[in-house]
Write a protein that binds this ligand. Structure first.
Ligand SMILES: [Fe+2]
Length: 503
């Protein structure tokens, strides 16, 4: 019963003097941004909500319950948390001592109101033989260029977990061809980041996806600012460290991360690892906070560029890192040689994606992704090869296209063996590059087995000890909130043999 307290008869939900000053507070919706759960492990997870509406006191007591059934007739744990104004009245509950490999239901109450009910689960115990693991990867949900039909379908997929791989918000002002209203211009301050999260989280399909399964999350650049690297923004703004701190705070406030992850002014740790029974080890890494700045930016700027090798020898500097030295070591030392699968949840396309440009003397590379850090990519894949890991699957997003690729030590050797398998999933809504550009590049990148930038959706996976089955799920029309869904392609990976095979 450690860390659990009892409901005080359903009362005392608010600091009393404040209640008197806000007599109409009960009229306002207090759970308008929904609920969420995340970071499942064998004995618990994080339960999240954030109180909304005007007139909230500085501190509000929020009661939470987690039950074995949707009717809450068998309560597993319950307690109170304080939602504080300083942290946007967010609540990050960490029930402990739950049973492994079980489904649970949870809800919150405060100020006389009750939240929606969410469904979540614990992971199998680390040494338990796990049933098939069903999960999806999703990324890049720019608000004003599409509707969230994909989230409605994810909510219906009966998933054990959703892996969100970055770009939960975009910091931009409204798109010139915005298809739904977006309040505010470019986002820079804490208040603006909070408002942007609130906009996204108002969407019922996204709320349903959060309520359907626990999420494992990493961020990419747009949770802060396009193409940032560490403490450097793409426009070299000297005030960027303060902007990043505000963005990280708002991210923590709106996501099911534990209290221990709360940013301390310096940064926020999102790097993590989870063992899903004896089946898989999941590694979650951060390629934004600790990276070296992109090589060869445009004059007077930071951020990405597209360069040819002869114009940018710095691209090959062996000392440059995308994950940072500490995180590289953490990952290299944490690959699991006992489980059949290692899933690497990270931000962007890892496979080489060069584009031949005769005018620039050969292949060109986009410097923000792994192509901008080829020595770091090689170091990572060298460890995979040295350990003789056969079930490494790299999962990514960021590039708004579905890619399936073989990862190789030397992408210049088309006949060489695949070291690992990559699935980089398309965006929920964000717009992709022209398909013709991808088609043209396929010739130079035969390790890329599939490349489609013109479809929105997510990837759904079923994993067991022998095989990974992947379905590339795409919506019929991302401009229609009620859009249907289809499977654009299916692939299979065998645990003993890297490389995806069309199914
Ligand atoms: Fe994106």
């Amino acid at each position: 019963m450690r860390r659990r307290t009892l409901l005080r008869g359903g009362t005392a939900l608010i600091v009393a003097p404040a209640l008197l000053r806000h007599a109409r507070a009960a009229d306002l919706p207090r759970f308008a941004l929904g609920i969420a759960s995340g970071q499942p492990h064998a004995s618990g997870m994080v339960l999240w909500t954030r109180l909304t509406g005007a007139g909230l006191p500085e501190r509000v007591i929020v009661t939470w319950e987690i039950a074995h059934d949707a009717a809450f007739s068998r309560i597993a744990a319950r307690g109170d948390e304080i939602a504080e104004l300083a942290w946007s009245h967010s609540v990050h509950v960490e029930p402990a001592g739950l049973a492994p490999d079980r489904w649970y239901w949870y809800r919150f109450s405060a100020l006389g109101q009750q939240s929606a009910v969410g469904r979540t689960r614990t992971a199998p115990a680390a040494e338990a033989a796990a049933a098939p693991f069903n999960f999806a990867i999703a990324s890049c949900q720019r608000w004003d260029v599409g509707h969230y039909a994909a989230w409605r379908h994810i909510a219906d997929e009966q998933l054990d977990a959703v892996l969100f791989l970055g770009d939960y918000i975009y910091e931009y002002g409204a798109h010139a061809k915005a298809i739904r209203p977006l309040e505010g211009g470019p986002v820079r301050t804490l208040a603006q980041y909070r408002a942007r999260y609130a906009t996204h989280k108002s969407d019922p399909a996204l709320q349903a996806a959060h309520a359907a399964a626990p999420w494992l999350m990493v961020w990419d650049d747009h949770e802060v600012g396009n193409d940032y690297a560490g403490l450097q923004s793409q426009n070299l703004d000297p005030d960027f460290p303060a902007q990043r701190a505000a963005a990280y705070q708002a991210y923590w406030e709106h996501m099911p991360f534990p209290r221990a992850a709360r940013p301390n002014g310096d940064g926020m740790r999102i790097t993590g690892r989870l063992d899903w029974g004896r089946l898989a080890r999941i590694h979650l890494v951060d390629d934004r906070q600790y990276r070296d700045a992109q090589a060869c930016p445009q004059p007077g700027r930071g951020g990405s560029n597209t360069v040819a090798l002869k114009d940018c020898p710095a691209l090959l500097d062996s000392g440059r890192t995308l994950l940072g030295a500490d995180q590289e070591r953490w990952l290299a030392g944490g690959w699991d040689v006992t489980r059949p699968w290692n899933l690497l949840a990270q931000q962007t396309l890892m496979a080489r994606f060069s584009r031949t440009d005769p005018a620039r003397g050969g292949g060109t590379y986009w410097t923000d992704g792994w192509d901008g850090y080829p020595a770091a990519r090689r170091r990572l894949l060298d460890v995979v090869a040295q350990r003789k890991l056969t079930g490494v699957v790299v999962l990514g997003g960021d590039v708004h296209a579905n890619y399936v690729a073989d990862l190789k030590l030397d992408f210049g050797e088309p006949a060489s063996a695949a070291i690992a398998t990559e699935f980089c999933g398309t965006s929920i809504t964000s717009l992709g590059a022209p398909q013709a550009r991808l088609d043209a590049a396929r010739v130079d990148n035969p390790h890329i087995r599939y490349a489609r930038s013109d479809q929105r959706g997510y990837m759904r996976f079923a994993l067991d000890a022998k095989q990974l089955q992947a379905q590339l799920r795409v919506v019929d029309n991302a401009l229609d909130p009620a859009s249907g869904l289809s499977t654009a392609a299916r692939f299979i990976v065998d645990a003993g043999r890297p490389g995806a095979v069309a199914a």
